[in-house]
Design a protein around this ligand. Structure first.
Ligand code: IMP
Length: 430
């Protein structure tokens, strides 16, 4: 009765969709547990590229059921668009396969308007959110003013609650931020339409997860974002508003820790982040462009959700130590090793220098973190193209040493390495 958890170990965009897709082949249920359509997961199958924001990547596998758990904030318009896109491409997205928790909270146009208005108001201190209404939806949830997906089953209550919700937020939008109010009647009508389509998908997802685990089926919890975007353990306030960490997988699905069999931390072999906030190993100029790519390929470092160029830097093992601790990582999945091919030297940050001392943790306060300087160990690179390699023993020696170095330094075994964007471009390490 295993529960396997996939977690982003950096600032998101680590390539979790890929590994989820790989592990989904052996899973019965794949579940999203946190975040919303701020996430962007790309799965490449042959020539086909699927970009998903809300629906678990497991949907691409025929025999797998997919759940959107209680920890998720759900924009029904985005969900329906994604369902239609998948259906058009021949993927079965029937209510038998896809379930939405009654307890998941709805994102509304008021949340999106507030997200935009607050970001504008923050000026130079903006977080760089995806402007998908994520923060305001979680704010409403936490202050017990949220709208849960279960409301879809009661048209009268839905209409009443949407009216009250829009009217309340209109006061903030107009009086504090000076932006146009939303029309409660229009929003209520829009959500009544969504309800008609989505009611068949609603379920008690925590019961479904429990049933699956009791029956010995494998449940895969698909993480979104990453450990450093966690509301508690990330680089606050430059974080998202949920818990994309292993603890969040449990509360976001309604399951206890005794079922957990594997906790996999996904990390790129370099580091990226979107939006503002500290980034000790960040690079600029030519080196940054080399790691980021030109933007011509879907796997280049441009946001799946916003299209923004990602900030890039060398691998930071202090971050991986942090992710190991916060999530109790049992395995590492290192992605994009192929991108490093052709580099003569590869710097890896093994510690931070803070006031003349070396530390291997991320200081909680950002002013202290800003004073940290990365300490690099330079590893030798390799020339060969490795995109066709499928066995660890076939990697160039220096590429193997790079992977071994990560495992040795973090104390976490590396169980998968990806060497290209394709579904089969992975090395499984036993
Ligand atoms: P929000 O989640 O839209 O509120 O954005 C808060 C911060 O998290 C911003 O810096 C976003 O760029 C970042 N963020 C949110 N989702 C993702 C993701 O899936 N990948 C990378 N960064 C993300």
């Amino acid at each position: 009765m295993p529960l396997n958890i996939i977690i982003g170990s950096q600032w998101g965009d680590e390539g979790k969709g890929r590994i989820t897709d790989l592990l989904a082949a052996e899973a019965d249920v794949v579940a999203r547990f946190s975040g919303g359509d701020n996430a962007g997961h790309t799965v490449t199958i042959g020539e086909e590229v699927f970009k998903l924001h809300l629906i678990p990547s497991g949907i691409i596998h025929e025999g797998v059921s997919c759940l959107i758990g209680n920890g998720v904030v759900l924009n029904p318009a985005v969900l329906l668009r994604e369902m239609d896109m998948l259906a058009e491409r021949g993927v079965n997205v029937s209510p038998q396969r896809l379930k939405i928790s009654h307890k998941a909270h709805l994102i509304t146009p008021a949340h999106i308007a507030l997200d935009e208005a607050r970001e504008l108001d923050r000026g130079g201190g903006a977080i760089g959110t995806t402007k998908r209404g994520i923060g305001p939806a979680y704010t409403d949830k936490t202050c017990r003013a949220g709208l849960r997906a279960g409301l879809f089953t009661d048209p009268e209550a839905l209409s009443k609650n949407i009216h009250a919700h829009i009217e309340t937020h209109n006061r903030t939008l107009t009086k504090i931020y000076g932006v146009d109010p939303l029309n409660p009647r229009e929003v209520a009508a829009e959500y009544a339409d969504y309800a008609r389509r989505l009611v068949p998908y609603l379920a008690d997802c925590d019961l479904l997860v429990d049933d699956a685990l009791q029956e010995g089926r494998t449940v895969l919890a698909e993480g979104a974002q990453g450990t450093l975007l966690d509301i508690d353990h990330g680089t606050y306030p430059f974080v998202t508003s949920s818990s994309p960490t292993a603890g969040g997988a449990l509360t976001g699905l309604g399951v206890g820790p005794k079922h957990v069999a594997r906790i996999l931390g996904v990390a790129k072999v370099f580091t990226t982040r979107v939006g503002s906030g500290p980034f000790p190993t960040e690079l600029q100029g030519e080196q940054a462009t080399r790691l980021r790519g030109s933007g011509e390929n879907p796997w280049d470092e441009y946001g799946t959700t916003t299209g923004r160029p990602r900030r890039v830097g060398w691998l930071d093992l202090v971050i991986l130590h942090h992710a190991r601790r916060i999530n109790s990582l049992m395995e590492l999945v290192m992605t994009k090793l192929d991108i490093l091919s052709g580099l003569e030297d590869i710097p890896v940050c093994t510690a931070y220098e803070l006031d003349g001392k070396q530390i291997q943790y991320i200081p909680a306060d950002l002013q202290t973190l800003a004073r940290c300087r990365p300490v690099y160990e330079i590893l030798p690179g390799w020339e060969q193209d490795i995109m066709n390699v499928r066995q660890l023993s076939r990697l160039p020696l220096n590429a193997r040493r790079y992977v071994d170095f990560i495992a040795d330094q973090t104390g976490v075994p590396v169980s998968y390495v990806s060497v290209g964007p394709g579904r089969d471009q992975s090395i499984v390490i036993q």
